[in-house]
Ligand binder design. Structure first.
Ligand SMILES: NC(=O)c1ccc[n+]([C@@H]2O[C@H](COP(=O)([O-])OP(=O)(O)OC[C@H]3O[C@@H](n4cnc5c(N)ncnc54)[C@H](O)[C@@H]3O)[C@@H](O)[C@H]2O)c1
Length: 364
């Protein structure tokens, strides 16, 4: 399957997304012919390289002898400016110039760092993404957000820089540890909840097929998520309004990650955040109890939490909410579900409403 992200602007830009199984065979040749005369620098998550390079070679992968390979020890603790500088210096030493192209092969960390690097290296060079985690395939590789962390918080430095093309091969998910798959499922559930009722029903009716990673199920899930994300990004690339819907579960989720010193993982935090948003919506009479229960039950199937972890006092989470970088003019924007596949963005949520819900979630 192929879809194109059309981005308005002057000149308009586009990003090609290819989704499938065994689509990587021709990637090196495709890139060499598209970028004829340019050198291609592949920046791999080192762990993915160790697992996949031998298999790709067996499949007949023959990158050009001009290409350069750089291994990056991808982890959230390495998603830092210091790593960006280290990678940039390696590019300079290897002779990368303004016509060079970067290819990120790895999960969201690799994609965010390489995207950032491409956006600033010699004032900006093209890059492509080869996402290898579920989270990167359904979310982070699409949309052009790049970034690195500061000790004060995640993704505080970053740019918008759209990938020229994105190559998603679901075969990468064969080696993804179950814990990483589970984390990615939180973003899948989020996407269905935002705007895809048919994906939601599919997740409920085919949960075992997705869990056993059947190819057709993975293709269904990944392509639906990509289509929705592409639609949202095309409408609002820079998150000046509509793109905010992608933050469902992230307002409380970010606060929870922060208060736990990022010990609580992102997917888990988003699941708790979605449950909190759903309860606020329920209390306002905008979501039915049945739909709240459907959300909680699907999260539970995936082992995703829907109550606050022990040792996370609601007041600490509320304090962290006030420091959220997505506050505009001192107001927290909340994305609230109204039904499976339908959300609304609200900025009139009182802190007391959030406190009530967090208290209920810490005792239930
Ligand atoms: N740019 C965006 O729009 C956006 C959106 C959501 C999240 N993110 C960012 O994405 C990051 C999280 O991404 P992630 O969950 O992919 O993390 P990650 O890149 O750290 O990958 C998770 C783990 O899986 C391993 N891995 C990757 N592919 C594998 C494979 N095929 N087989 C076996 N192991 C594999 C990695 O080595 C790593 O240990 C966060 O930094 C977050 O801020 C960005």
């Amino acid at each position: 399957m192929e879809l194109t992200l059309e981005l308005p602007g002057s000149p308009p830009r586009s990003s090609r997304v290819r989704i499938g199984e065994d689509i990587l065979e021709n990637l090196p040749e495709s890139l060499s012919s598209r970028w004829e005369g340019s050198r291609i620098f592949w920046i791999w998550d080192r762990a993915v390289h160790a697992l996949w390079h031998p298999r790709l070679r067996e499949m007949g992968w023959r990158p050009s002898s001009e290409d350069e390979w750089i291994l990056f020890p991808a982890s959230e603790s390495n998603k830092r400016l210091s790593q960006l500088e280290e990678l940039a210096r390696r590019l300079v030493r290897a002779g990368a110039d303004r016509r060079s192209v970067l290819v990120a092969v790895g999960g969201g960390v690799t994609g965010d760092v390489v995207g950032f690097l491409a956006s600033v290296y010699m004032r900006g060079i093209p890059h492509c993404q080869v996402p290898t985690t579920l989270l990167a395939q359904v979310d982070s590789s699409i949309g052009g957000k790049t970034g690195v962390d500061l000790p004060e918080g995640k993704n505080l430095l970053g740019t918008f820089h759209q990938a020229h093309s994105i190559w998603m091969d679901i075969r990468f998910l064969e080696t993804l540890p179950p814990e990483e798959f589970r984390q990615g499922m939180a973003e899948v559930i989020k996407t269905a909840m935002i705007g895809d009722p048919s994906l939601w029903e599919y997740l409920e009716s085919h949960s075992e097929d997705v869990r056993s990673r059947r190819s057709e199920s993975l293709l269904r899930v990944v392509s639906s998520c990509c289509r929705l994300k592409a639609r949202v990004v095309e409408a609002d690339e820079r998150e000046s309004g509509y793109r905010m819907v992608l933050n469902l579960g992230h307002t409380v989720g970010h606060a929870l990650e922060k208060t736990t010193g990022y010990a609580f993982r992102h997917g888990d935090a988003v699941a708790v955040g979605m449950a909190a948003a759903a309860r606020i919506s329920l209390n306002r009479g905008e979501l039915s109890m049945k739909n709240l229960q459907r959300l909680e039950s699907l999260c539970r199937f995936w082992g995703l939490p829907t109550t606050l972890p022990g040792g996370s006092p609601p007041d600490e989470i509320l304090a962290a909410l006030s420091a959220d970088k997505k506050r505009f003019l001192g107001v927290n924007h909340f994305v609230l579900p109204r039904a499976m596949g339908e959300v609304t963005v609200r900025s009139d949520i009182a802190l007391e409403e959030v406190r009530d819900v967090l208290r209920a979630m810490s005792s239930s």
